[in-house]
Design a protein around this ligand. Structure first.
Ligand code: ATP
Length: 207
């Protein structure tokens, strides 16, 4: 089973680390691909993809089952999830169970994605339910078959949807960038990431 957890990771923070650990625990034996995306054109970060990737690799180092996968950085053009799932489907074959993990923020805008109706053909969907908040599932995802049991994902290659209750770590990359700009000394990121940010003078000019 291949589990996909994507994001901008600009920068990676403690919430992302807890989430990766939760996914590894929830899917024993699976490989969890943590996938940094190319910056969408409307969100131009001052920090390069190389720095985001380096920080992500450092933060995920040593967590069992996790692999940082640069598939979207290696591909030209926008990072469409449907393309990433398609590429992994090709790589791992028609029988492999692929699980796309989405946080509440992503689920709410999934109908604005490129070809969202194709996702069900390519993998399962795991909705990350932080602190048991209520997440309404948009109609565009109606084609998925709901299951309570994550272990059902290993019996099929695609088409199931489940929620995973995950811990609440109230932090975002936006908040981290804001704290750095205000020169706050304590950041909600792993210590080696805080060192890296400091050493490379990243995010100093965030507005
Ligand atoms: P930004 O503030 O720049 O929008 P972010 O903190 O939301 O960034 P992303 O890189 O966009 O981080 O998130 C990648 C994935 O991690 C998304 O699925 C998002 O829902 C999830 N995520 C982000 N922050 C947390 C958190 N504190 N706890 C759990 N999951 C999180």
């Amino acid at each position: 089973m291949q589990v996909l957890f994507g994001g901008t990771f600009d920068p990676v923070h403690n919430g992302h680390v807890v989430m990766a650990e939760s996914l590894a625990r929830a899917f024993p034996g699976a490989t969890v691909h943590v996938i940094p995306n190319r910056q969408p054109p409307h969100r131009v970060s001052q920090v390069s993809a190389e720095h985001r990737l380096s920080m992500l690799s450092m933060a995920m180092e040593g967590i069992p089952q996790i692999t940082v996968n640069a598939i979207e950085l290696d591909r030209d053009g926008p990072s469409y999830t449907v393309d990433t799932l398609g590429a992994l489907r090709e790589q791992f074959g028609a029988e492999e169970s692929l699980v796309l993990c989405l946080g509440a923020d992503a689920v709410q805008v999934v109908d604005q994605w490129h070809q969202p109706e194709m996702l069900v053909e390519l993998g399962h969907l795991c909705i990350l339910n932080r602190a048991n908040q209520f997440i309404e599932i948009p109609r565009i995802l109606d084609a998925y078959q709901l299951t309570e049991n994550l272990s059902d994902f290993s019996n099929k290659a695609c088409g199931l949807l489940a929620r995973l209750a995950t811990p609440n770590v109230p932090v975002s990359s936006t908040e981290v960038r804001g704290l750095i700009a205000k020169q706050e000394p304590a950041l909600p990121v792993p210590p080696k990431i805080a060192d890296y940010i400091c050493r490379h003078h990243l995010y100093q000019d965030t507005e």
